[in-house]
Structures are given as structure tokens and as C-alpha cells.
Design a protein around this ligand. Sequence first.
Ligand SMILES: NC(=O)c1ccc[n+]([C@@H]2O[C@H](COP(=O)([O-])OP(=O)(O)OC[C@H]3O[C@@H](n4cnc5c(N)ncnc54)[C@H](O)[C@@H]3O)[C@@H](O)[C@H]2O)c1
Ligand SMILES: O=C(O)CC[C@@H](O)C(=O)O
Length: 325
Amino acid sequence: MPRSHAPVVLVSEKLSDATLDVLGPDFVVRHCDGADRDALLDAVVDADALLIRSATKVDAEVLAAAGRLRIVARAGVGLDNVDVAAATDAGVLVVNAPTSNIVSAAEMAVGLLLATARNIAPANSALKDGEWARSRYAGVELAGKTVGVVGLGRIGALVAERLAAFRMKVVAYDPYVKPERATELGVELLDLDSLLETSDFVTVHLPKTPETIGLIGEEALRKVKPSVRIVNAARGGIVDETALALALKEGRVAGAGIDVFEFEPTVESPLFDFESVVVTPHLGASTSEAQEKAGVSVATSVRLAFAGEPVPDAVNGSSLADMGR
Ligand SMILES: NC(=O)c1ccc[n+]([C@@H]2O[C@H](COP(=O)([O-])OP(=O)(O)OC[C@H]3O[C@@H](n4cnc5c(N)ncnc54)[C@H](O)[C@@H]3O)[C@@H](O)[C@H]2O)c1
Ligand SMILES: O=C(O)CC[C@@H](O)C(=O)O
């Protein structure tokens, strides 16, 4: 492809160097800050492809500004920041990298769960502040406890396998999963209420959809054991932060591990008031391995698309030709 005719790829978030290596000289790569709305709206005007992570919101306004756009490639799993229906209407192919960061996300959830069980974060802070507080930070074991996995998809299944190795009983709620899959994983499928009533830990691995927003909210949090610890490394808003803060305050929940927030980026949440809550700034996919896989995956998809080939990870068609491009 001669450089003067090379498609313009707009990269709106930090992606791995491997992403750019895969694109190579066949593409003109430009960068902008996808979280800066005005900068994004300006830069997208002459982009043929847009490469994003979770902080760039691709909605109808961005798609309308993007006169030449043919593909949006999400270097990760969640597509809640992309209006896929509007992209389809605009003839824009949407792809993600659905397996790139699942191991990292699962390991993060297990890490948060262990951190909440053993008070690792507050004990660390207290000791560094000069306090040797052994009795204050006594915790609980995982072995013999029940963990409820809400959403038994790719990440939920990896979490289930890992927590079974800690000798936990694993139960799950996922009305869309095949019972044979649960059996294969050694997981008992339950309805949501039974999971909430019986679990010592609850870990959420759902996509953010109108159905899942607030699923773990006031009503659900009135059904849990007071000793429960809740982990959300899926999406902010699936666990309602205000309802969780109230449940913690009233002693209806013992602790939580939270990687994702309703509004991101944020430096405020009612959950920050609780020592029993460990928080991280959406780090589930932030490992060198996951970022390399995600970047290579989306760059490969972009190459395939512009070569007129089918793109296996496309979610609203299979090639640019399918989108009338
Ligand atoms: N913290 C992070 O950095 C990070 C990293 C990767 C993914 N994620 C999030 O994790 C989510 C899950 O990823 P995945 O790869 O496991 O997705 P997946 O599609 O493989 O699994 C999601 C599961 O949720 C189930 N589900 C959907 N709607 C449901 C509902 N209303 N009730 C119960 N179950 C429902 C589905 O049947 C599916 O089994 C992603 O959508 C993304 O938002 C976060
Ligand atoms: O872009 C990120 O770093 C987060 C990705 C993660 O939340 C996902 O859904 O894949």
C-alpha cells in the first residue's frame, strides 16, 4: 500500500508498542486523548480506523463527526463505551479483543478477593504509617467458604477454576450459560437470590447492559449474609456504589474489592470511606501480557479489514464489505 494512500489509524488511548509494530508502515498512525471529547471530535474527522480502550466513548456524535471512519477496534473486552447500533447504522465495523485480557481480569478479581479476606490494603497502609496492628486486621480463610460467581462467561469461568483450587465451593448465577458448561467447571448454578443468600464472597463478571446495571443494588444487598465480601472487576454501576456504601455502613456487608466505578476516571466514591473496601483504578486489564495481546489482536483485525478479509472478532458484521465499505 503506498504511504500517500495509507489509511489513517487514530489511536485514542495508550496501547502497547506491539500494536504499532503490527500496523507497520501500511498505516498512518495518529494519536489523541480519547477522554478529551473536543480533541477526539477534531481528530476523528479524517480517521479511517479508531483504536480505543475503555476511556473513549464512541457514540452517535463521534460517529457523525467521523466522515471516513470504517472500523472501531476496542483493545479489550467490554463494548459498553461503543454504541454498536449507531456504528452499524453508520456502516462502521466494530471489533474487540474478547480473549486478550481475560486471564489478567480473572487474576485481578482473585487478588481483590484475597485482599478483602485478609485486609491486605489497610494493614499495609497502617504498618507503613507506623502501626503494628495485628489484631485489627485479622481476616477469614477462603477454604471451605462459598463463592458466588455472577456471570459465568470467559472471565467468570477462569475465576471459578482458580477459586476451586483454594478449596472454595463455587456457585454461579448466569441464566444464559449451558448447564453442561457449569458441570464441566464443577460449578453449581443457582438463581440470583439463592446465590446471594448462601455466598460468603460474591464476584461479578457481567457485561454492563440495561439488564445488569444496578443488579447488585439495594434489593440484592438486603439478601446477603452480613459476613459477605463483594468483588467487582467487571463494570462500574453493576454493583451500585451508594447501595453498597449503605450496606457496609449498616453492617450488612463485611467488605469489598472494587476495580471499576460508575463514572471513570474518578477520585471520589462513597466506598472510599471504608477501610474494609480495597479499590483500584480499573486495573483489571493493565498487565503487559494483556495489553500486548489486546493491541496485537486489534491491529491484526484492522489489517484484515483493510485487506478485504473477514475479521473473526467483529461484532456487527464480518468484513468492511458487509458494512457496504
Ligand atoms: N476490570 C477490567 O479491566 C476488565 C477486563 C476485562 C473485562 N472486564 C469486564 O468483564 C465483563 C465480562 O467479561 P467476559 O469476557 O467474561 O464476558 P463474557 O461475555 O464471556 O461473559 C459474560 C457472562 O455474563 C452473562 N450474562 C450476561 N447478562 C447477564 C445477566 N443479565 N445476568 C446474568 N448473567 C448474565 C453471560 O451469559 C456471560 O456468560 C466484560 O463485559 C467487561 O465489562 C473488565
Ligand atoms: O481498556 C482497558 O484497559 C480496560 C479493559 C477492560 O475493562 C475490558 O473490558 O476489556
